[in-house]
Design a protein around this ligand. Sequence first.
Ligand code: GLN
Length: 192
Amino acid sequence: MTRRVGVLALQGGYGVHISALERCGYTVCEVRDAETLSSLDGLVLPGGESTTHLKLIKRFQLEDALTHFVRSGRPILATCAGLILASTAVTGPEQRSFGWLDVDVERNGWGRQVHSFEAPADVTPCADHFGELPLPLMFIRAPRLTRIGSDVEVLATVSDEPVIVRQGQVYGATCHPELTSDLRVHQRVFGP
Ligand code: GLN
């Protein structure tokens, strides 16, 4: 049976993740309620506006179901605003986060929208994850990782700064792996 991977579809860039996951061959669904969430093998928290995500998670009463999903050990890929939600602490400015991944982040730490950029990430810190070839990544009002917990592994860097990390089955990316044709990140997180 093909894996069933969901994308939190409240706001932001969920559509592009859906097509990336479909290209990987997974069964993909949009997630807006706890029942759909419980039926999944994996979940993407997409980019967007983290403050808006926080409001909508509250409005849709999804926090407990999301926390339960993370604790169940199923794989999660949190990208950009999704990583901000998943982190332990947020600055720039401070805001609430859920602490599913033991890192701290600074919002918009690489600059504003006009400072968005594409860069090849070095994946050799952990080549058994993505192989040896640099990973093309897009950074759009991206957060910067300001602290990495001791149980968190760095999987990819740009200019020696961590940009993709993992703690168990929770993967966090400051960037947008869904915006290039390279599917290695989704494939690695959710499996063959
Ligand atoms: N800057 C956004 C925030 O702080 C995140 C941007 C993104 O997801 N591309 O929420």
